[in-house]
Design a protein around this ligand. Structure first.
Ligand code: HEM
Length: 147
């Protein structure tokens, strides 16, 4: 079942993104790329913008994966209310998080916004984790139903 693997890949990529975000913050690189959505170097990064560029690039991939997982949670055979709720909340959180990322840059790393960025990141991780657990349970239910 594709939803299982889609949600698992989303979870792993999201975890890596949060790790990179922590590095951006701790290394003081938050404003190394001052424009949004692209860095001053354009589509591709130069060495100066590389880490922050990677954070944004992986955020774009994460967004696409999580929205695809949410769509999958509605379309999957036998999907229940729980997976639809967590999948949809994850999609809402990821869109909010990416928009908030732009605001974090625009408002020059305002402390409250950076804290909210971390807080939403944790909620997002929780929703993707639950969606993954529910997706693996759906797979099991389908096998049991066949027996
Ligand atoms: C799914 C999308 C995203 C997730 C899950 C995410 C997650 C994180 C996390 C966990 C941190 C570390 C926060 C901390 O240690 O306090 C962080 C830092 C940061 N993120 Fe994101 N992020 C996302 C998207 C974005 C986007 C799209 C941008 C900008 C366009 C952005 C800009 C930043 C910046 C500038 C920091 C460093 C803040 C600082 O210097 O303290 N993020 N992100």
């Amino acid at each position: 079942m594709i939803l299982k693997y889609l949600s698992l890949v989303s979870l792993v990529v999201l975890y890596s993104l949060m790790f990179i975000g922590g590095y951006v913050s701790a290394a003081g690189l938050g404003l190394s790329c001052p424009d949004w959505p692209l860095c001053p170097s354009g589509i591709f990064p130069t060495e100066k913008y590389l880490i922050e560029w990677i954070h944004r690039f992986v955020a774009a991939i994460t967004g696409a994966l999580i929205v695809a997982t949410a769509i999958g949670s509605w379309l999957a055979k036998g999907s229940d209310k729980k997976i639809k709720i967590t999948g949809t909340l994850a999609a809402i959180f990821v869109i909010t998080q990416i928009s908030l990322g732009a605001l974090v840059i625009d408002l020059k790393l305002h402390a409250v916004l950076v804290a909210v960025h971390l807080g939403i990141g944790i909620l997002l991780f929780a929703m993707v984790l639950l969606t993954t657990l529910f997706a693996f349970r759906l797979g099991k239910k389908a096998i049991q139903a066949k027996i």
